[in-house]
Every structure is written in C-alpha cells, then in structure tokens.
Design a protein around this ligand. Structure first.
Ligand code: ASP
Length: 693
C-alpha cells in the first residue's frame, strides 16, 4: 500500500487531509498544517508544497476506509495518480505513524485564536462528564486548555474522550471557541476559550499513578523522588526548572557579553583541595589508583589563567561527599569563574553586574550597585553569621561590659571565662511570647547550639525590665541593658552568656527563627550583599592545627603578608562571599600566584613540600611558568535557583536530586555491581556493609 514515487507526509482525521509530495528532500517530518473546513488546499508551512485533501471527513474512523485519491503535488500543480483502497487497519497504522501534529501548546490559546482549528497534545489533567458532554483539561508544561467533546465531536472521539483518565496522554483537535457566558476562568491564562473537539485520540494510557501532579496535598518527598517523572509534571516543579534554565542562560549570556569563554574541565581528575571528602572512581587500567570527582574545577581554572585564558566560566558539576543538609547536595552545579589581572574589587563588580541583570530580568527587581559589603568580623559581631540575612534588623547587641559589672553568676561567670553576654531585642511584641514559647526558645538554643541557657527580659509598661532573674541583676546593670538595647515598653530582650562561638551561633539561629516566625520580611523580598575579608585560617581545636578557611591557594590581604607566619589568626584573606537572603550564594578569592607565599601557607597548614608536590605538584609547577595575578569565584546555581524561586529545599531546584542520605530513589543509585566489574577494578569488599533501612 502507498508505495511508488510519492510519500505520505501526514494524515489528519478531521477533515481528512493527506499530503503527498515527491520523494526525498527535506520535509518528511515536518508538521503539516491541517486543511480547514473552508479550504480544500493548503500549503505545507515549511516546503510550501501543496497538500491535498483526500476526502472530506465524515466524522468516524470507519468512514475513512475505502477508496482514496492519491495525487502528486508539484508546485501548484496537482496530478491525480490513482486510487487506493484503504482498510481500517491501514488508517490506524497511518495514524500511529503520523507525526504528532501539535499546532499549539496547552498554554497558548487566547481569544484571538477563536475560530481557528487547532491540535493540542498533552496529559489529561481532569476530565468531567456533564451528562454526556466531556470537559477535558489537557495539560502540558505550558499550561492547561479546556476541551469539550460531545455528540458533535463524532462517535469515535466521544467514545475515546469518555474513557480518558487522569495522566493519559491524548491528542485533541478542534476549533477554538469562546467559553459560555459565566464559564470564563480568569485564573487560567487560557480561561477565555475552549476547544470544541472534533478529534480525540488516546496516544498512551497511564497506569493509575502513585499520586497526581494536580492533587492538593503534596505527597511525601520519597514518593516524589521515586516517581520523579510524575513529580516533574507538577506546575511548581516546571516553574522552577524553567527558572533554572533562564538563570543559567542569563549567566552564560552575561559572561559571553563580557568576553568570557566557557571551558570544560575534566570530571575524572585528581582530588581537589576544597576540604570535603572526595568521591573516588577506581581506575581499571592503573591498579590501585583512583580518580577523584572534582569538588570544584579550582586547580584547572587556575591553570587556565596560567595558560592565558584570562576570562573563564563554566557551568560546572561538582561533587562533595559530605553529610547533607537541606541546602546541600552531594552533586551540585556551580557557575565557576576565574579572571586574570584582577583584584577582589573587579570580581565583585563583575558579579554585582550579573546580579543586577538576573534580578531585573527574572524578578523585575532593580538592584543598586555596589551591593552592600561588610567584613567578616563585622558580620560576626552584628549578626553572629558570615552569611547574615539582611532582610531585617534585629542586630546582636554586646553587653559583656555590663555583665562584668554584675555579681549575677550567669553573666559574670561567662565574662570571667573569656566569654560574652550578647543578645537580641524583639521590638514591641513581648506579649506574643508566653513562658511556654520562651521555654521552647531556650530548648532550641540549648539543643541546637549547646548554649547554657537563655536569659530574657520583658520591658514593662513603666519601662522597667522584668524577668525571673531580674531580682538577681543589679538595678544599674538593668538600666544599662535597657539603654544599650534602646528598649521600650513591650520589647523583649533575649541574652546568651557563653563563648564567642556559642553566642554567634545561638543568636544567629534565634534571629533567623524569630524573623521567620514573626514574619519580619515580605515573601518575595530579596537582599543581596557581600561579606569580605574572611580569616585566612580556622583553628581546628580537635587536631590542634590550622586549616584553610577557603582553600590553600587563597591570597592574604597584602597588608597581612608580613603577619602570615607569626599571627595567622589575625590574617585576613582576599576573600568574598555573595550573600542572598542569609545564604552563601557564592564565594571566591584572589589566589596566591607566587610560589614563595604559597610555601608559607602550606607550612602553616602542615602541608609538607612532599605532600604539596604529591597532591598539587602540577599547579605548583604551573605557578612557576608565568602565572598572572588571578582570582575567581563560584556561585552555587542550585542555591541561586532556590533563592530566586523563593524555595527552601534545594532538591526542588534539581531535576533529579539525591536524598539526604545521598541516594537516588528513582534509579536506586548507588547500586551493587557485578562481581566481574569489581574484579576488573581490582576491588574487593571486605566486610559486607551493615544493613541499612
Ligand atoms: N573553588 C571555590 C569553590 O568551589 C570557588 C573559588 O574559589 O573560585 O567554592
């Protein structure tokens, strides 16, 4: 059947249109515009070839069988070639092999399309039977369109429509029409119109799914991750993935405009020094050797600078085998950037510009540059965090000097032990804090931050400070506290008396928790800022050694160079973190580019020359071959998406994320492998892993 020198390029059932064209050439898979009721000829939108209607539709598939004309179309000339006899099964097979001729998406049609005949494809979002008339909401990632099938749609179509169930895949053709008076749905972009279906085709059945993408209550996350393809059909997920794609495109466009080039660096490489645990990949070829998946492209991008590629970016996959938190993933994506002949100012400016562009294009927010900056020391002092949330105030107030004047054991004891008494004030809302609520806050700081307790004072209408402990605190100290906090009646003061670290962590925790509970910021509010000049080193008290705060290639501020050996704790780095709404959205540093300073830093970090050569000898070599001054930054794309999307779970920003236990519930990775594979890799599992649930 249908052999010869011509090819069918499509068939539509209502009205029946079959196009024929000469063999070969380019348009076999092009979508063919259906011939409307009015016209008997139509041109192929791509080739311009004329498509010839075989026969008028008589509404049911059975009617298409029988004798059909086959024509050759050349230009405007249509040559009758003969007739073929088509059986029902021929038609069905043609229909199956017909390209899916979607003329529009399910989110596209508006009142200006009224009167046009269209074809939509998608998933059945809902279908309702109103006394023999079927109302079907067809959904794709662009939106939903209401389609109506009734007796006018033809027997077969109505039959098919009646059997459609949620998440079946269907094709619906028909004429775009006005919805009936009173039936307009202003909430839906396509809410003014509906499709009066004249063809309803089931493209594929959906088994009863474990949940429906449109159900009100979100199913448990494990189920969503296992059936991710259904979860990804949810509008919220689609919105986030589209936002993600726009953010990445925005980044690439911005950097391309600024003359950056995109260079890919290896996934199979050597362990990188970001300080987390590596994911290792055994080498089959080299017995006992391992690749490490990159924790970041750090070393490669520095080497690209040595190689003269002065503006590099990459949307880079990074892997860190860390214990996971809600905003961390073992496998994540970062916008990785490196520039030569720059200082911190240049990098910050470049990222300021990117944030202005993304905020404007995606959130319609006008950011003022330069974005606000504060040093690490100031951030810790005022907010107890190196990533302060600046959408609201509630700054930390230090009262250690006042506490020193008191005989009250809790206050005095803390300062005598070189600790601090610092606190927060909640303005005018003391009455919202019952004893029970304050007890809960106390438990929170004790449990989450190992604080010894939480002292609190309520400012009474007469201006006095009341608390179960107020009788233990001398009146001048109480007056001092009140003045220090500029407290007014109705305010509540919360104090921690502890080490610097505990007061920082505890008050930062309290500040964030209270701001969320008291709604101290608007839902869509965004705040961008920088924290700069981080310490070069952290002291690991357990191992009694210095560790690099960022990574060992970070340059100190020029004025701290001289102190490097003798006062490492006082050295500050040329480091900068971008903070959005209290999250570190990115971080980077200016690098050390001379091997002498590098050696001093390695010495301090306890990295012997042999270890250094062994771990990153290639970088040290490269630094000796004409390395330009350089620096860079990496922005966490997953996190930026989370923040721009107003979300709080990083897994919602990734198409196929891992669980908090670092597994993929859909593919069940990590999984066991064949013993043959293990043998090839020269690997033996010594003890069977303990059974995990
Ligand atoms: N490599 C660093 C990171 O991934 C970023 C940088 O210093 O550029 O955090």
């Amino acid at each position: 059947m249908l052999t010869g020198s011509m090819k069918w390029i499509g068939i539509r059932t209502h009205p029946v249109v079959a196009g024929v064209r000469e063999t070969g050439r380019t348009c076999t898979s092009l979508p063919m515009r259906p011939v409307s009721h009015e016209t008997s000829y139509s041109n192929c939108p791509v080739s311009g070839n004329q498509l010839h209607p075989l026969r008028r539709c008589t509404r049911s598939l059975a009617a298409f069988t029988g004798s059909c004309k086959i024509c050759r179309i050349r230009g405007t000339e249509v040559t009758f070639l003969g007739r073929v006899r088509l059986r029902r099964q021929d038609f069905e097979s043609i229909l199956r092999s017909t390209p899916l001729l979607r003329t529009h998406t399910c989110g596209e049609l508006r009142s200006e399309h009224i009167g046009q005949r269209v074809t939509l494809c998608g998933w059945i979002d809902t279908s309702r039977d109103h006394g023999g008339t079927m109302f079907i909401d067809l959904r794709d990632r662009y939106g939903k369109t209401q389609c109506v099938a009734n007796v006018d749609s033809g027997e077969t179509s109505l039959e098919v429509a009646k059997k459609l169930r949620g998440e079946d895949v269907a094709l619906i053709s028909g004429v775009v029409s006005h919805r009936l008076e009173g039936k307009i749905n202003a909430k839906l972009a396509t809410g003014e119109i509906e499709i009066r279906a004249d063809e309803v085709r089931l493209l594929n059945r959906c088994q009863t799914p474990p949940f429906f993408p449109n159900q009100d209550e979100l199913p448990g996350e494990d189920l969503r991750l296992k059936y991710r393809y259904i979860d990804l059909r949810r509008e919220a997920m689609q919105k986030t993935l589209v936002l993600r794609s726009k953010i990445i495109k925005g980044m690439r466009d911005y950097f391309a405009e600024h003359n950056f080039i995109d260079v890919e660096t290896p996934i199979l490489g050597r362990s990188t020094p970001e300080g987390a645990r590596d994911y290792l990949v055994p080498s089959r070829v080299h017995w006992g050797h391992f690749f490490a998946l990159p924790q970041s492209p750090q070393l490669y991008k520095q080497i690209l600078m040595v190689a003269g590629y002065d503006r590099y970016i990459q949307v880079a996959r990074c892997f860190r085998d860390e214990d996971l938190r809600a905003d961390r993933q073992p496998e994540f994506t970062q916008l990785d950037l490196e520039m030569s002949f720059v200082d911190a100012e240049d990098i910050i400016k470049m990222i300021d510009g990117l944030m202005v562009t993304l905020a404007k294009d995606l959130l319609n927010i006008d950011l003022q540059t330069p974005l606000p900056r504060m040093t690490y020391d100031e951030a810790m002092r005022r907010f107890g965090s190196d990533a302060p949330d600046l959408r609201y105030g509630m700054e930390i107030v230090d009262c250690s000097d006042l506490a020193k004047q008191s005989e009250f054991r809790v206050f005095r004891g803390a300062v005598d032990a070189n600790g601090f008494v610092r606190g927060l004030k909640i303005d005018a809302r003391a009455e919202e804090f019952s004893r029970k609520r304050i007890d809960e806050l106390t438990e929170f700081v004790k449990h989450d931050f190992a604080a010894k307790g939480l002292a609190w004072f309520r400012v009474e209408p007469d201006g006095s400070l009341w608390s179960p402990i107020s009788k233990n605190v001398e009146p001048p100290v109480l007056d001092g506290l009140k003045a220090r906090f500029e407290a007014k009646p109705g305010d509540l003061i919360l104090l921690l008396a502890d080490s610097w670290e505990v007061t920082c962590k505890g008050l930062n925790g309290l500040r964030r928790k209270l701001a969320a509970e008291l709604k101290l910021y608007e839902p869509g509010q965004m705040h961008f800022s920088w924290v700069v000049e981080f310490p070069m080193f952290d002291h690991d008290s357990e191992e009694n050694r210095w560790v690099a705060t960022h990574h060992p290639f970070t340059a100190p501020r020029p004025k701290d160079l001289a102190k490097l050996r003798d006062e490492p704790a006082a050295c500050r780095a040329q480091a900068y973190d971008l903070i959005i709404n209290g999250y570190e959205a990115g971080g980077g540093t200016i690098r050390i580019h001379d091997s002498e300073t590098q050696q001093v830093v390695f010495d301090l970090l306890g990295i012997s020359p042999e270890m250094a050569v062994n771990r990153f000898g290639f970088l040290l070599d490269a630094l000796r071959y004409g390395a330009p001054p350089h620096g860079g930054i990496a922005l966490g794309i997953d996190r930026v998406v989370m923040l721009f999307g107003g979300l709080d779970n990083i897994r919602d920003c990734i198409a196929f994320p891992k669980t908090q236990r670092a597994t993929d519930l859909m593919t069940e990775a990590p999984g066991e492998v064949e013993s043959k594979q293990m043998k090839e890799l020269h690997i033996q599992i010594e003890t069977p892993p303990a059974k995990t649930k």
